[in-house]
Design a protein. Structure first.
Length: 329
């Protein structure tokens, strides 16, 4: 009884020649709402040996939106980002970033993209200011005034050597150089992994400011679902290389219910609830994470002799944990 989120394509806003490229498989369609689609991934699969890292993945991101890419470790998030950066070529399907193939046109794509990952491969022997000038040489659109503002905001010393920076400060200099040339699209692959809450807050505030003030597009990959809920207006959940959820953050949350079911007689074992991704409890009351509507939940409960005594909208974290724990969901 999986809740399937569907979208409609606004054909007036997407050129007719592009329509086949942006059609989702399995009946879903994107409500673009924008004149330009920043990211268009259609039917992409990628295998490493016998393992399917990506399995018929379709993701469409309108320009000016923030996509939260979520899933447990090994779900395929970084592999998808590598395809968008042109580091990997799709074995099947198509990848377009601003209507360009990142493998065939790396200059046209990477010149409009900023990237920050959890791996900070920074030259430790350089000073902060030297690294900024070095990076600036690769980007004609580098905004020195903006870079200076970020330097002050992040409280970084331009004379300090990178190898002496804390992990959080290294994350900040990485984000600074990713933002300073004002890219149209920003890829953030677990940017706050392993960082303390204060640094995570600073990074999130910088991302929110970029989106709110400049309307840039952001793909934000993280296993910290509270961060995704705060900044993303669209969420894609990957599980074992497949897209299992794709929609606005609120639609995804409203498509699930966290509920307590009460039984007149305590069941002898965990009840099997059709449409539930997780069931936990004991005695006469059991909490379920259910995918579907209130009416569907009541129907499923009645079929096993239970009634719904409590319900609320779950967090993204609760949804991810429940779906990741159920094979084949």
């Amino acid at each position: 009884m999986e809740n399937r989120l569907k979208f409609e394509l606004n054909k007036d806003l997407v050129p007719a020649r592009d329509l086949p490229e942006y059609r989702l498989r399995r009946g879903g369609h994107l409500n673009a709402g924008f004149k330009e689609v920043a990211i268009a991934v259609s039917g992409v699969s990628r295998h490493f040996g016998a393992k399917a890292a990506l399995d018929d993945v379709s993701v469409f991101v309108p320009r000016g939106s923030v996509l939260g890419l979520v899933g447990e470790n090994g779900a395929g998030k970084t592999t998808l980002i590598k395809h968008l950066l042109g580091s990997l070529k799709a074995q099947s399907g198509t990848v377009r970033v601003f209507d360009r193939d990142p493998v065939l046109d790396p200059v046209g794509v990477l010149g409009r993209v900023g990237y920050l990952s959890e791996r900070r491969d920074l030259p430790g022997w350089m000073r902060v200011g030297e690294f900024m000038r070095y990076t600036q040489a690769f980007y004609p659109a580098w905004d020195e005034q903006y870079a200076g503002q970020l330097l002050e905001q992040f409280q970084l010393d331009p004379a300090q050597k990178i190898k002496t920076l804390s992990k959080g400060e290294q994350a900040k200099i990485g984000l600074l150089t990713a933002l300073a040339y004002r890219p149209d699209l920003l890829f953030l692959d677990e940017p706050s992994s392993g960082l303390d809450p204060v640094v995570r807050r600073d990074i999130l505030e910088a991302i929110i400011r970029v989106v709110a003030e400049e309307g840039r597009t952001v793909l934000f990959s993280s296993h910290l679902l509270d961060e995704v809920e705060r900044v993303a207006n669209q969420v894609v959940m990957l599980q074992r290389g497949r897209v299992v959820l794709n929609g606005s953050t609120e639609e995804v949350r409203r498509g699930h219910i966290s509920a307590v079911l009460a039984f007149a007689e305590p069941p002898s074992k965990a009840p099997v609830v059709a449409g539930a991704y997780a069931v936990a409890g004991y005695g006469s009351e059991w909490r379920v994470l259910f995918g579907g509507s209130h009416l569907e939940l009541e129907t499923a409960a009645a079929l096993i002799g239970a009634r719904v005594v409590e319900e609320r909208t779950p967090t993204l974290d609760e949804i991810l944990v429940a779906r990741a724990g159920r094979k084949g969901s």
